[in-house]
Design a protein around this ligand. Structure first.
Ligand SMILES: Nc1nc2c(ncn2[C@@H]2O[C@H](COP(=O)(O)OP(=O)(O)OP(=O)(O)O)[C@@H](O)[C@H]2O)c(=O)[nH]1
Ligand SMILES: [Mg+2]
Length: 265
């Protein structure tokens, strides 16, 4: 990545936009965080063509990203395995609860992924300029994953370092140290709180880190259900138009019905 020249990037096809048609060997990464944190901006950097594929919002209203949307990173895809970054509406939105937002994400995974889809992880985008964000007030605060097997599939991407006044930089570093305790006592915790340096290499290195350690979508959905009690909606989600329901994803739903209801035959 850092060794690649800008010219080398041009030989890759630009990522395809909607509709997202799941393929057997897709590798999924969810990008989550508060409204306006910089999720869509991060995805554009990771895609790496200097273009705004994921729409970025500059207004002060609620979540600019309204729908869950999947983007491929052609540059990072190898051996027929596509890396797909999933942009999501932000938490702390006024018109929809965080629980409903997470339910949409879980429903999207349930509907748009195949049983063979690899789940590489979650990039949780966190504004370093944010003075306080109490776990009780943040439904999916990263502390909630402490002790969960999902913790090893999370990267905390701290963003907006350039917005910290120079004399407040030490405060940012202090917050960063605190974050390193959030995912619990895992050997490589510290290495997964990473500064986003506003460039493609920085975003792509986080993606590559997560891709070294994948699990199944079914496992992650099961853990999200256990941690947050959020069931995938049985109704077709509004976002499913951006994916395709086929027999493979239907069989994933079957896995989940069984997981949720031990009596299910
Ligand atoms: N300085 C700086 N500004 C950023 C960064 N990321 C995002 N922004 C700005 O923050 C604002 C929101 O960015 P988005 O990428 O739309 O944030 P989002 O998390 O996708 O927002 P929602 O979709 O509304 O939840 C925009 O004005 C961006 O230009 C960053 O890394 N550094
Ligand atoms: Mg967005």
């Amino acid at each position: 990545m850092s060794s690649r020249s800008k010219g080398a990037r041009k030989q890759y096809p630009e990522p395809r936009l909607d509709p997202y048609i799941p393929q057997d060997n897709d590798t999924i990464i969810l990008v989550l965080g508060q409204i306006g944190a910089g999720k869509s901006t991060f995805i554009n950097s990771a895609i790496g063509f200097g273009r705004e594929f994921a729409s970025v919002g500059h207004d002060m209203g609620g979540s600019h990203t309204k729908d869950i949307q999947a983007f491929h990173i052609a540059e990072l895809s190898t051996a027929g395995r596509r890396i797909v970054l999933v942009d999501t509406p932000g938490f702390n939105e006024t018109t929809i609860s965080d629980r409903q937002t997470l339910q949409r994400v879980v429903s999207w995974l349930n509907t748009c992924c195949k049983p063979t889809t690899t789940f590489a992880g979650i990039i949780y985008v966190y504004e370093i300029v944010q003075p306080r964000l109490l776990p009780g007030a943040d439904y999916m605060h990263p502390t909630k994953f402490s002790g969960s097997p999902i913790a090893q599939h999370i990267v905390l991407a701290t963003v907006k370092w350039t917005e910290l006044p120079k004399d407040r930089f030490a405060v940012g570093e202090h917050r960063e140290r605190e974050m390193k305790t959030w995912l619990g006592n895992m050997p490589d915790n510290e290495s997964r709180v990473i500064r986003f340096l506003d460039n493609s290499d920085s975003a792509q290195s986080m993606v590559a880190l997560l891709c070294r350690r994948g699990t199944t979508v079914a496992f992650v959905m099961g853990e999200l259900i256990k941690l947050f009690g959020v069931l995938p909606s049985t109704a077709k989600p509004a976002d499913s138009g951006k994916g395709r329901k086929d027999t493979a994803s239907a069989s994933l739903e079957f896995v989940f019905q069984r997981l949720l209801d031990p009596a299910f035959e």
